[in-house]
Write a protein that binds this ligand. Sequence first.
Ligand SMILES: *Cc1c(COP(=O)(O)O)cnc(C)c1O
Length: 390
Amino acid sequence: MLKNIKMKRIYLDHAATTPVSKEVLEVMKPYFSEKFGNASSLHSFGIEAREAIKKARKISSKLINARPAEIIFTSGGTESNNLAIKGIAFANKNKGNHIITSKIEHPAILKPCEWLEKHGFKVTYLDVDNKGMVNPKDVEKAITKDTILVSIMTANNEIGTIEPITEIGKICKKNKVYFHTDAVQAFGKIPIDIKKINIDLLSASSHKLYGPKGVGLLFVKQDVKIEALSHGGGHEQGLRSGTENAAGIVGFATAIKLAEKIMKKEAERQTELRNKIIKEILKIKGVQLNGHPSQRLPNNVNISIKGIEGEALLIRLNEKGIAISTGSACSTKSLKPSHVLTSIDLNDEQAHGSLRITLGKDNKEEDINYLLRELPKIINSLRKINPLKW
Ligand SMILES: *Cc1c(COP(=O)(O)O)cnc(C)c1O
């Protein structure tokens, strides 16, 4: 498909994954070779790994104003979410069996919840408004005497909507219900303070933040009652047994440090680029913005284009070296459009004509200009092929 290997390639799919920063890779390297020790060993090799993980725990906790002992390193966002949801459910089932979440959560929240429903738990899946916002009042109304956990994401991975987690945190505290947030898309991109927001558990993932794949963390506030899912040597406060991935953890922490340094500047820069894309794209006939116009991740653009299949557009942009994503997946796993897009009341045509552009720290204005030159041409040509739909 990429006829000319030297062709310019522009990556605009940072919500899917990000490249590992050069600095992160360099810091990781020794932990595969000379510093290969098992962090549980008592000799110098073990001490080396143990000290590195200790330092990483400190760096990771600082970003969200937590304490090092409250950070559990995992294999990624999916495992963190599973540990949070099932771990809280198992540990608190004598108190109640009810969990509240939203319809637009990542599958790594929805699937564990569905699984728990087969094992005696009850789950309320809250609706969102047409901008993808959970209403905190709906959370409050849904809480019963059996509710043990509320899990609402910090920001949505498809449409970028930032949820009102401050209000939701307050409601959970008042009602003595644990509050978990899947912060995978927001962590390191917008400030999160677990004390100010009253978060009990928080999931994050390294590979969405220029760190390596296969590493993540779960923040678990002190005194939260939670069960382990993986049993063994008792690593990570007994909550996640298994020899620590020292290289990955050190890489993740380095990525966090870098993210913290550039967070404010990058948020401003990407917001500006994002707004430019939105403004220009909305000039094309039959294009609408999905998600919230302002309560939105700095790097997210999600649109629906009338008379276009998102997948056809993806393929044509890919031929131009531009990598984006769509909420429709005709040839892949299912014909069903994304559950997020149908939850914000898009019809099938709108959902199948959706496009997600997610910016990253290495995208330059000229990349955006290239996109904005190519996109209208491709839309026009696709609409010519399919005049009936348009
Ligand atoms: C990517 C993502 C996950 C899964 O994280 P992995 O580290 O890939 O397992 C969970 N939640 C959200 C919101 C995500 O974007």
